[in-house]
Design a binder for this molecule. Structure first.
Ligand code: SAM
Ligand code: SF4
Ligand code: SF4
Length: 357
């Protein structure tokens, strides 16, 4: 595991000209940066950080390995100069990072940046207001079931669903909207929770509702013992909901949007489905990920990262680092989901809790 986290040197040869946002080998731009700000989490979701692997003696990163807030903000500015327009803070559980509000304040001062965060919402009721005040614009909440029994089985730390719902209400009250809810569907474990989730979060005459996005269970990392027959294809999720609450497909909000959008015909708002397994969206993938300790990953399913922290701490200028990022991106050819197979699933890939969801 520690070996997989050892990053390769960042590519610096053949740097792209500065000031010109790079495109990769498939003409994809670099638009979305996901920053993992901690590899720790207070949940042990069975599909992400199973207790069998992430036990008491798991070697989480020591504090001095983490990028500081100053380093993260510096990197963010350099990325924005390279064409990034959206940053999502993630983890692990990002709300566990001490003084996250300070980091948000620092990032929010960068002009032209959309700033958002993905959370399990366990601490959101307490923090929604201060996050909003610091300059956070929106949140995405992960929630895999509304019934307590299934939710506790999914998070595997006996965390009650009521507290997540309180967090969602607090985020709404604080103006962190529009809120999205992510549900990972694992066949045999929580597919019975799909309809209750759709019903609960759809818009009604008394409220605006929230967009639920049903995510196909993925073979990220090497810990979750992923099996293809535990994936429920998004097409089946749509069919199931459509039978009770008729849906129609609608256009994406912008080119390259990951979630496919569906609208309730009766005006009850919309849902999304994210089909990384059954319908790869690599062709329009504009995402890059920065791990907690400063390694860059140009694909969620990468086996190795590139050592950005080394450049930051070696006294390189912003222009030099920007040129190295451009060069790295211009050589990118990632398309894991297009070639997924039993053999690729068995590769030693980096964990999602480390690289960021
Ligand atoms: N802890 C935060 C949370 O759960 O929202 C942020 C990090 S988490 C790694 C980000 C997202 O990845 C969550 O929505 C989670 O459900 C999703 N995720 C984790 N493992 C997954 C898997 N094997 N397949 C699909 N989605 C997964
Ligand atoms: Fe933690 Fe999020 Fe992974 Fe669940 S999905 S274990 S909440 S990092
Ligand atoms: Fe992007 Fe890699 Fe996912 Fe394809 S598999 S969509 S390249 S992160």
């Amino acid at each position: 595991m520690l070996d997989a986290r050892r990053a390769a040197p960042i590519i610096s040869a053949g740097a792209a000209p500065s000031g010109v946002p790079a495109t990769d080998t498939r003409r994809r731009n670099m638009r979305d940066l996901r920053i993992s700000i901690t590899d720790r989490c207070n949940f042990r979701c069975i599909y992400c950080m199973p207790k069998t692997v992430f036990g008491r003696d798991y070697p989480f990163l020591p504090r001095d390995e983490l990028l500081s807030f100053e380093e993260i903000t510096r990197v963010a500015r350099i990325f924005v100069a390279q064409g990034v327009s959206k940053i999502r803070l993630t983890g692990g559980e990002p709300l566990l990072r001490r003084n996250i509000e300070r980091l948000i304040e620092m990032l929010a001062s960068i002009p032209g940046l959309e700033l958002t965060l993905t959370t399990n919402a366990s601490l959101l009721a307490k923090k929604a207001r201060s996050l909003r005040d610091a300059g956070l614009q929106r949140v995405t909440v992960s929630l895999d079931a509304l019934d307590d029994l299934t939710f506790r089985k999914m998070n595997d730390v006996d965390f009650p669903v009521a507290q997540v719902l309180e967090g969602i209400a607090a985020a709404e009250a604080a103006g962190l909207a529009p809120l999205k809810i992510n549900m990972v569907v694992k066949r045999g474990t929580n597919e019975h929770a799909i309809l209750p989730m759709a019903r609960h979060f759809r818009a009604s005459p008394s409220g605006a509702g929230h967009i639920v996005r049903f995510i196909e269970y993925m073979d990220v990392g090497s810990s979750n013992a992923w099996k293809l027959d535990e994936v429920m294809p998004s097409a089946d999720v749509v069919k199931l909901i459509d039978r009770e609450m008729p849906l129609e497909a609608i256009d994406p909000n912008y080119p390259g949007e990951v979630a496919e959008r569906w609208r309730y015909l009766d005006g009850g708002g919309e849902i999304g489905v994210i089909s990384s397994v059954t319908q790869a969206f690599c062709a329009s993938c504009t995402r890059i990920r920065l791990s907690t300790d400063g390694s860059l990953y140009t694909c969620l399913f990468a086996e190795r990262g590139h050592d950005l922290r080394g450049l930051l701490r070696a006294g390189q200028s912003d222009a030099e680092i920007g040129a190295a990022l451009g060069a790295l991106w211009s050589q990118r050819a990632d398309n894991y989901s297009e070639q997924r197979s039993a053999a690729t699933s068995a590769l030693k890939k980096i964990e999602m809790s480390y690289i960021g969801g």
